[in-house]
Design a protein around this ligand. Structure first.
Ligand code: S3P
Ligand code: PEP
Length: 424
């Protein structure tokens, strides 16, 4: 798909439902007894992979136009899968479902696409094995495909080396089936959607500092879940509104959970004009975001804020390229093990557009303010890279071509049409 420099972006949009919350609604609804209804579910390929896996585990899930309906059968209601479980491109599906499968009275084989088959799974294999699970990486490389043979699990106190909601959630889900309380301590708090939603379904989950606790064997009951708009998807329009001169965009109903809102803090620290309207603090907090063009300046982004904006760092790099001065991103080595190596790919293609950017072991250094020029971008089958460069193209002279641009359907199928609707 080809893109050109644009005049101001103006108008209003609603981004699709949050990916993390949509996955969890299907998973927890499947483990709850009774009907769960999910509105504003993200119809992205990753969340559809989660639906497919739970259908193969014997759960009836209706994906209707207005809502998803899940006929959960309770904690012990899953049945041996009819075939290999395919998580597609989704790390969240792979890691969270592993925590559930580790406790089932049957064997499962879990796989995914080439990206999933190269992402690290030792981080969940280790704690789940400590709990008593039997998980084997079939290629012997600590990646999927995984053969998971369910066992009786023990509660543990696990100290995770990485701040990862996928690791934390896998352990908490296994903890539903353990013999005692399970505890997970993270170096820095990661997104807490599992803790919030498990509570909604009736689990006893609590936190103290960076430790999350779960009691075993709750009776989970079906619930109604309304998924807020995904702040990770809103991030592209926040960035576009801030960097394209004259822009004025209203993004409606965006999730602003404090474990996810780092993009808002960073945008403001860079000098961005973002106003939060209609803030609602019930359940997962939401707001409408009013974004207007701003003269951005470089900042340092490091430490505890990193997990709250980890998926937004590629588009933050684009904002940094358009800003005046230097932006330093540190403590973000996790970027190397996402759908692509997001440090290498951002450095390669922002450089190809004329940006002065250097990759480091745990981030990037970006000297902003140089004019960008169009280029040919291979997003390395990574949805967030494709969307980030679509935004960069809006301020680049000449033509930018994004190869395999359809990859955005992983998390945001209507991304290009939503963007085009804002053109003058
Ligand atoms: O739990 C989740 O829903 C997610 C957690 C993050 O991954 P890590 O837990 O691996 O950091 C994030 O990058 C991913 O897009 C979704
Ligand atoms: C890293 C991501 O997702 P996952 O880990 O679920 O593949 C993402 O959406 O940026």
């Amino acid at each position: 798909m080809k893109f050109h420099k644009t005049k101001e972006l103006k108008g209003e949009l609603s981004v699709p439902g949050d990916k993390s919350i949509s996955h969890r609604a299907v998973m927890f609804g499947s483990l709850a007894l009774g009907t769960t209804e999910v509105t504003n579910f993200l119809q992205g390929a990753d969340c559809l992979s989660t639906i497919d896996c739970f259908r193969r585990l014997g759960i009836e899930i209706k994906n209707g136009p207005e809502k998803i309906t899940i006929h959960g059968k309770g904690l012990d209601g899953l049945s041996a899968p009819s075939s290999i479980l395919d998580a597609g491109n989704s790390g969240t599906t792979t890691r969270l479902i592993s925590g559930i499968l580790a406790a089932q009275p049957f064997e499962s084989v879990l796989t995914g696409d080439d990206s999933i088959k190269s992402r690290p799974m030792r981080r969940i294999m280790e704690p789940l094995t400590m709990m008593g699970a039997d998980i084997v990486s079939l290629n012997g490389n600590d990646c999927a495909p995984l053969r998971i043979t369910g066992k009786k699990l023990h509660g543990i106190h696990y100290r995770s080396k990485v701040a990862s909601a996928q690791v934390k959630s896998a352990i908490l889900l296994a903890g539903l089936y353990a013999d005692t309380v399970t505890e997970v301590t993270e170096p820095v708090i990661s997104r807490n959607h599992s803790e919030i939603m498990l509570g909604t379904f009736g689990a006893k989950v609590w936190t103290k500092g960076t430790t999350a606790f779960i009691e075993p064997r709750p009776s989970l009951k079906g619930a109604k879940i309304n998924v807020p708009g995904d702040i990770s998807s809103a991030a592209y329009f926040i960035a576009a509104g801030l960097v394209v001169p004259g822009s004025d965009i209203l993004i409606k109903n965006v999730g602003i959970n404090p474990t996810r809102d780092g993009i808002l803090k960073v945008a403001k620290a860079m000098g961005g004009n973002i106003e939060l309207l209609n803030v609602n603090h019930v359940g997962e907090p939401t707001a409408d975001l009013h974004v207007t063009y701003s003269r951005l300046h470089g900042i340092t982004i490091e430490g505890d804020i990193i997990p709250t904006l980890i998926d937004e760092l590629p588009v933050i790099a684009v904002m940094a390229a358009a800003a005046q001065g230097t932006t330093v991103i540190k403590d973000a080595a996790e970027l190397k093990v996402k759908e692509s190596n997001r440090i290498d790919v951002m450095v390669e293609y922002l450089s190809s557009m004329g940006c002065c950017i250097t990759g480091t072991e745990d981030g990037m250094i970006i000297e902003g303010g140089r004019p960008l020029t169009g280029s040919i971008i291979d997003p390395h089958a990574d949805h967030r890279i494709a969307m980030s460069f679509a935004i960069a193209s809006l301020v680049a002279e000449g033509e930018t071509e994004i190869l395999n641009s359809d990859i955005v359907s992983i998390s945001y199928p209507s991304f290009y049409s939503d963007l085009r609707n804002l053109y003058g």
